[in-house]
Structures are given as C-alpha cells and as structure tokens.
Design a protein around this ligand. Structure first.
Ligand SMILES: [Zn+2]
Ligand SMILES: [Zn+2]
Length: 344
C-alpha cells in the first residue's frame, strides 16, 4: 500500500510502498477513510533526530494522527468491535494502566510520547493498525471521511473547554482568543456545553464573522480598550474564563488582563509566550492556569457525540493521497479554507 512517511530525520516525507500491517492478538486493522493533517506534522518533519529519539520515535514512520475509517480485520481476542464498524482512532497514545491513564488524563500518559503518526505508523496510508480496542472511538453515524479532525483538533478543544467549565455557569463570560480551526471549534463547544456568554477575539474580520455565525455572542478585534467592548475596564472584575488558542506573550498578557480573580486561563496555543508574576499585576489573584496538550479519550468521544448530534461541524478540504504534499504546502502557507483531510 502507499504510505506518506518520514523516512529520515529532517528530510521531506515521501510517498512510498509499504506492506499492509499484520494484525496481532488484541489488535485491529482499519481501512482509512480520511486522515486530517495537523500543523504539528510539519514540526515532526523538521525535527532533529536526537529530539525524536529522545521521545522514543523510530524512523521510518507514516504520518497522520487524525484518522477515521472502517474496521476490516480484528486480531485474536478482540470482542469489543467487529469488521465493518466505522471508527475514529484516538489521537494521543496512552497505555491505559499508568496513574495518569487511570485518572482519565490519557494525554499525560507516561508511555504516550510515541504514537500513531508521531514516531509510529499513522493514518496517511490505505490501512492503519490500532494496537488495542482502547483506541477505537465509535462514530455514531458520522462520515468517517471527515471525522478524523475531531480526534485531535476537536478533542483538544473539548479538553480546553472542559477544564474551564466549572467557571462557566449562568451569567458567565468566556473569551476565546484566536478563531482559526481550533478557535472555531472552541466557540461551538462552548455554545453546546456551557451557559457562558461567548466573546471571540480575532484580528481577521472574516474570522470574526465566522465566530458569530458559529455561536459567539460578540467578536472583538482585541481585548485592549478601544477595540470593542471594554472587557479590561476598571471596575469590571473580569471575565470568568479565557481560552487562548494562540499563546504568544501578547495574547497571554491580554487574556490575563481580562480575567477576573479566581478565573480560569486555559492555554492551548504553543506561540511561545510566557507568564510573569511581578508583585503587582501579572497574574490575577487565585486564577487557575491550565496547559493543554492533546486530550483524554473521553474528550474525543464527547466531541464525536456533539458532531453526531449536529452541534459541532468542521469544515474540511479534501485531497487524494497522491496530493498529500500539495495539501501540506497549503497548510503551511495558510491557503486552506477548512481542515485538510487526505482521502486514501
Ligand atoms: Zn495534531
Ligand atoms: Zn498511561
């Protein structure tokens, strides 16, 4: 079968022929219907070998960690699924037995640094292997060609909203900074799962319009005074939660400036920004700051269920596997209109 693989550290990935994986006991073979592309794939392609090896990654490996498809073969002992089931594959790798997995923090698994599409063979191929039924997420009737992005972009965003949800009761205000792919999901998940008033913050006017169409109550250009409603005004204690999809010094400072005492700041974006705590200012008193990396399996299933109920949609741009390199270029240069999905 054809597979799009990192064949050597810091070299462009290649479309090569590889054998269809053999199915061992407890494993499940899935025919890929669609695999989403993620910005982190570009980082992996450029990764120095010593970094990859420190994570336990092995080259060559097939890219793709946002995968969905149909079960075509099950290994000995597998009873929880059967041939013909449509499933998505959990994006974070998790063992199911360490303390973090037992607590439901699957993306913090002590054995999860390497997984499908990052150091092991992923979904940019005709077939992909699931190591255990733990990784399978029933699609509840969703189209498997377009469900892949829910497992990473969708699940990560659900995770972020979940971590702020205790602050988002009736009358509360949630701010989403950055309305690209994840921000658009954050607005929809906030709308579907909280009672908060939703304020989207986004510099691009077309994306501000999109945010309102997806359920934001208001879309602002920025959080500073004069950029719309004055959320940072003196006398207003602040908003209840901020979900920062960007994560630069600028967005972190603006988000913390808008947050009330005891509020929740949830950092999703890896924009390289930092937190400072001078004697006065800086961090709000008693705030909770949560760093998000990936999601639990429950987050992935929850966002799939929301999508199956019609509460969350992901716009996708389809590409055939033969054009996967073109799709990555479009991702890299920002010319996609939706999430890129490769249909093998
Ligand atoms: Zn990703
Ligand atoms: Zn674990």
């Amino acid at each position: 079968m054809a597979a799009y693989r990192v064949v050597e550290w810091q070299h462009a990935p290649e479309l090569v022929e590889v054998p269809v994986p053999a199915v061992g006991p407890g494993q499940v073979l899935v025919e890929v219907a669609g695999c989403g592309l993620c910005h982190s794939d570009l980082t992996m392609t450029a990764m120095p070998g010593e970094v990859g090896e420190a994570l336990g990654w092995q080259v060559p490996f097939t890219l793709g960690h946002e995968t969905a498809g149909t079960v075509v073969e099950v290994g000995a002992g597998v009873t929880a699924t059967s041939v013909g089931a449509t499933v998505a594959l959990a994006s974070p790798s998790s063992c199911g037995t360490c303390a973090h997995c037992r607590a439901g923090r699957d993306s913090a698994c002590l054995h999860g640094d390497a997984g499908r599409g990052y150091g092991r063979d992923g979904g940019l191929a005709r077939y992909v292997l699931a190591g255990s039924v733990r990784d399978l997420l029933p699609l509840r009737g969703l189209d498997p060609r377009h469900a892949g992005p829910l497992t990473d972009a969708g699940a990560t965003t659900h995770h972020a909203v979940r971590r702020a949800r205790s602050e988002l009761g009736p009358g509360s205000v949630a701010v989403v900074i950055g309305v690209g792919g994840l921000g658009a999901l954050a607005v929809q998940i906030l709308r579907a799962t909280t009672e908060a008033r939703i304020v989207a913050v986004e510099v691009d006017p077309a994306r501000r319009e999109l945010a309102v169409a997806l359920g934001a109550d208001e879309a602002l250009e920025g959080l500073a005074r004069g950029q719309g409603a004055d959320l940072a005004a003196p006398g207003f204690d602040g908003v209840d939660a901020v979900i920062d999809i960007v994560g630069t010094d600028r967005t972190i400072r603006a988000g913390l400036g808008a947050l009330r005492r005891g509020g929740a700041f949830v950092l999703v974006g890896a924009g390289g920004g930092g937190f400072a705590r001078p004697w006065m200012g800086g961090l709000p008193r008693e705030a909770t700051i949560t760093s998000i990396q990936g999601s639990s399996i429950a987050d992935a299933q929850a966002v799939i269920d929301l999508a199956a109920a019609g509460a969350v949609t992901v716009a996708v741009d389809e590409f055939p596997l033969a054009e996967v390199a073109v799709a990555y270029t479009a991702l890299d240069t920002g010319t996609l209109t939706g999430r890129a999905v490769v249909i093998p």
